[in-house]
Ligand binder design. Structure first.
Ligand SMILES: [Mg+2]
Length: 299
């Protein structure tokens, strides 16, 4: 379980190295691959982060963990408050849907209504809820839906979070499910298409296509690929990141699956040791302790 939460953070922090790059550009920046935070090119965008620092994806996952620890249970209103507070402190990056919803003046009063209204207006299907889903996967499945909907109301986003949670739950139990089991979890044909694409190959997801790089189902597809085809944590994560596109988010989402699949020990030492947030791993341990002590663990 710790592997899943730490996999999310290291996938995010390493993925920053190829965020917004085309696959071609990523290959030219990292001809020998990308295995360490120190290799990350220091262009105008990436200079905003310290070496080994994770981004908004894991910052929002931290909001969820802190809220559950403080409340002793998942309290969606309190999680909404943590998201709101996080945004108020001016994060360096965030998605459009997250910004639009969290800056609505009615957000704290009725986060679900604001989120639903924004979906009706925009039809947004961004990956911003899936990217913070790792800690949610340990809770009863209904929270995958509720916590997703705090910012992302689209059923495609909800299905993404539910299926990602089911993948992680099965890996923790050491039950490797066939792809049909995940396909059967959704009624939506579009979700089924992307589950099959991820199962087929990483390339078929076209992760660096600019117009669609933040699409929740593409990110879910990387998790599917990681579930079935990655040979180990390190090479699996590297393959996904070097596809470019929304690489930090894909790294976070697939990193959580890789960590659940291969375990904490399989995450390269340099990636764990050099996380900029030195307190992150102990926060994850505290979160898992809290979830178990309060009988919230639902695998
Ligand atoms: Mg990010």
């Amino acid at each position: 379980m710790l592997g899943c939460l730490v996999g999310q953070a290291v996938g995010d922090a390493l993925g920053l190295g190829a965020e917004f790059l085309s696959k071609e550009k990523a290959a030219s920046y990292y001809p020998n691959g990308l295995q360490d935070y120190s290799q990350i090119i220091q262009d105008g965008y990436r200079l905003n982060w310290e070496q080994g620092e994770y981004t908004d994806d894991t910052e929002m996952a931290v909001c969820i963990m802190q809220s559950v620890i403080e409340c002793g249970k998942p309290d969606v209103k309190n999680i909404a408050f943590k998201f709101w507070e996080w945004f108020k402190n001016q994060p360096r990056d965030y998605g459009r849907t997250t910004r639009k919803v969290l800056t609505n003046h009615n957000y704290l009063k009725d986060p679900f209504k604001v989120s639903e209204d924004y979906f009706n207006l925009s039809n947004s299907a961004a990956n911003g809820a899936l990217m913070r889903n790792a800690p949610v996967a340990f809770l009863p499945l209904s929270y995958a839906k509720d916590i997703c909907r705090l910012t992302h109301w689209n059923p495609l986003c909800v299905d993404s979070c539910i299926i990602h949670s089911l993948m992680i739950k099965s890996l923790i139990k050491r039950e490797y499910l066939p792809i049909e089991d995940f396909i059967d979890e959704t009624e939506n044909e579009e979700v089924k298409v992307y589950l099959r694409r991820g199962y087929h190959s990483l390339e078929s997801l076209e992760l660096d296509d600019r117009a669609t790089s933040g699409y929740t189902l593409k990110a879910l597809g990387t998790a599917v690929w990681a579930y079935y085809h990655a040979e180990d944590f390190k090479s699996g994560l590297e393959s996904i990141i070097l596809e470019g596109g929304d690489a930090d988010t894909n790294g976070a989402i697939a990193g959580a699956v890789l960590g659940a699949r291969f375990g904490y020990e399989a995450i390269p030492e340099n990636l764990k040791k050099n996380l900029f947030d030195e307190g992150y791993i102990s926060l994850c341990e505290e979160y898992l302790k809290c979830v178990k002590q309060n009988n919230l663990l639902s695998i």
